[in-house]
Design a protein around this ligand. Structure first.
Ligand code: NDP
Ligand code: GDR
Length: 361
C-alpha cells in the first residue's frame, strides 16, 4: 500500500486530494495546524477513528514553518509521495503578511525538500509542489504556458516563484522526483469563503434567502481561467506517476471576467443583473426591481493586480491525457446550488433564534 503525506489537508485541494487517494487505496497522512477552534470541517467526513481496524487516514499536528516537526513526521511515515499544498494562499492577505507568506510558501517548500535529503529519501519519496498562475502576474504572453516568463505581482506570487525554482533545483541537483503543477484558479463548493468566486456564490444565495442585503466587491474587470478543483487534484497525482518528473500547466483554456462570474451566479439564483455607473460608483442592480445588489468597495483592490490569466494546458493534455470535465457555467451553477443549501440551513437557524455571524471579507 502506497503512503502519501499531504500538507494543507484541511484546505480545499487537500480535502479533494485526500478523498481521491483514499479511493486509490493509499494510506493518507495529513498535516494540520493547531488552532483554537476546529479547522477540519472539509475532511471530517473521511476521518477514521484511530482505534478501529484497517485505518488508512491519519492526521499529524505540524506547520510548514517548523523544520524539526516536518523532518520528524516524514521520518515516521516514510511517504512514497508528498503533496505540498499548504500555503498562506490568499493574494490580498499576502500584502498584509508578506514575511509570514514567504516563510510558509517559499521556505516551507525548501524545508520539505531538505527533509527528503536529510533523511536520505531522494530515491523513495516523490514530491508535488502546488505552483500557481499567480507567478505569471503581469502579462508577458497569452496564453500562458510552461515556458512563459514569470513576473509576480504580490508577495504571494513572489514566494511561489521561489518555491517553483527551488523545486526545479532540487530535482536537478539531487535527482529528487519533484514536479511543479502550475495550476490556474480552481474552485468548488468548499472553496475558501474569501476568494472571489465563493464570496459571490455565498452572497447570491444569502441575498436570495433574505439573509444579506448586498455584495461588496473590488476589481470586476480582472480575468481568470477558472476550473473545478475536483478535476485538478487528479492531475497532481498523475504528475507523480510518470517515468520522469516534469512541470505542467493545468488550466481550462478559457478566461472570464469577475463581472461575468457575478452575472452568471445571480442568473443561477433567478436574478437578472444590470450594471450602471462607472469605477468605484458602479453598481449592479436587479433589473426587475432596480434594487442595488452589488457595490464596489476599494478596500478589495490590490496594490498591484493580475489583470489577465489564460492557461494553455496542451502539455498536460498530450502527455497526461487530461481534459477538464466541468465547464465554467456548470461550475457557477454547482457553487450557487451548494450555497443555496447552506443558506437554507442558516435561515432555519436564524428563524429558530440562533444568530449566525458572518465576517467573510
Ligand atoms: P486553501 O487556502 O484552501 O488551503 C491552504 C491549506 O494550507 C490549509 O490546509 C491551511 O491550513 C494550510 N496552511 C496554511 N499555512 C500553513 C502553515 N504555515 N503550515 C501548515 N499548513 C498551513 O488553499 P487551496 O486548497 O485552494 O490551495 C492549495 C495549494 O494550491 C496552495 O498552496 C495554493 O497556494 C495553491 N494553489 C491554489 C490554487 C487555487 O485556485 N485554489 C491555484 C494554484 C495554486 P488551515 O486550514 O489551518 O488554514
Ligand atoms: P486570486 O483569487 O487572487 O486569483 O488567487 P481571488 O478569488 O482572491 O481573486 C480573483 C480576482 O477577483 C478580484 N476580486 C476580488 N477578490 C477577492 N478575493 N475578494 C473580492 O471582493 C474581490 N473583488 C474582485 C481580485 O482582485 C482578483 O483579480 C487564487 C488563490 O487561490 C491563489 O492561492 C492561487 O494561487 C490563484 O488563485 C491561482
Amino acid at each position: 500500500m502506497k503512503k502519501a503525506l499531504i500538507t494543507g489537508i484541511t484546505g480545499q485541494d487537500g480535502a479533494y486530494l485526500a478523498e481521491f487517494l483514499l479511493e486509490k487505496n493509499y494510506e493518507v497522512h495529513g498535516i494540520k495546524r493547531r488552532a483554537s477552534s476546529f479547522n477540519t470541517a472539509r475532511v471530517d467526513h473521511i476521518y477514521q477513528d484511530a482505534h478501529e481496524e484497517g485505518v488508512r487516514f491519519f492526521m499529524h499536528y505540524g506547520d510548514l514553518t517548523d523544520a524539526t516537526n516536518l523532518i520528524r513526521i516524514i521520518q515516521e511515515i516514510q511517504p512514497d509521495e508528498i503533496y505540498n499544498l499548504a500555503a498562506q494562499s490568499h493574494v490580498k492577505v499576502s500584502f498584509e503578511t508578506p514575511e509570514y507568506t514567504a516563510n510558509t510558501d517559499a521556505l516551507g517548500t525548501l524545508r520539505l525538500l531538505e527533509a527528503i535529503r536529510i533523511l536520505g529519501l531522494e530515491k523513495k519519496t516523490r514530491i508535488y509542489q502546488a505552483s500557481t498562475s499567480e507567478m505569471y502576474g503581469k502579462v508577458q504572453e497569452i496564453p500562458q504556458t510552461e515556458t512563459t516568463p514569470f513576473y509576480p505581482r504580490s508577495p504571494y506570487g513572489a514566494a511561489k516563484v521561489y518555491a517553483y525554482w527551488i523545486t526545479v533545483n532540487y530535482r536537478e541537483a539531487y535527482n529528487i522526483y519533484a514536479c511543479n503543477g502550475i495550476l490556474f484558479n480552481h474552485e468548488s463548493p468548499i472553496r475558501g469563503e474569501t476568494f472571489v468566486t465563493r464570496k459571490i456564490t455565498r452572497a447570491v444565495a444569502r441575498i436570495k434567502l433574505g439573509l444579506q442585503d448586498k455584495l461588496y466587491l473590488g476589481n470586476l474587470d480582472a480575468k481568470r481561467d477558472w476550473g473545478f478543483a475536483g478535476d485538478y487534484v487528479r492531475l497532481m497525482w498523475m504528475m507523480l506517476q510518470q517515468d520522469t518528473p516534469d512541470d505542467y500547466v493545468i488550466a481550462t483554456g478559457e478566461t472570464h471576467a469577475v463581472r461575468e462570474f457575478v452575472e452568471k451566479a445571480f442568473t443561477a439564483a433567478g436574478f437578472d443583473i444590470g450594471w450602471a455607473g462607472e469605477g468605484v460608483n458602479e453598481v449592479g442592480r436587479d433589473a426587475a426591481t432596480g434594487r442595488v445588489l452589488v457595490r464596489i468597495d476599494p478596500r478589495y483592490f490590490r496594490p498591484t493586480e493580475v489583470d489577465f490569466l489564460l492557461g494553455d494546458p496542451s502539455k498536460a493534455r498530450e502527455k497526461l491525457g487530461w481534459e477538464p470535465r466541468v465547464s465554467f457555467d456548470e461550475l457557477v451553477r454547482m457553487m450557487v446550488a451548494a450555497d443555496l443549501e447552506e443558506a437554507k440551513k442558516d435561515a432555519l437557524c436564524e428563524k429558530s433564534g440562533f444568530r449566525i455571524y458572518h465576517n467573510f471579507e
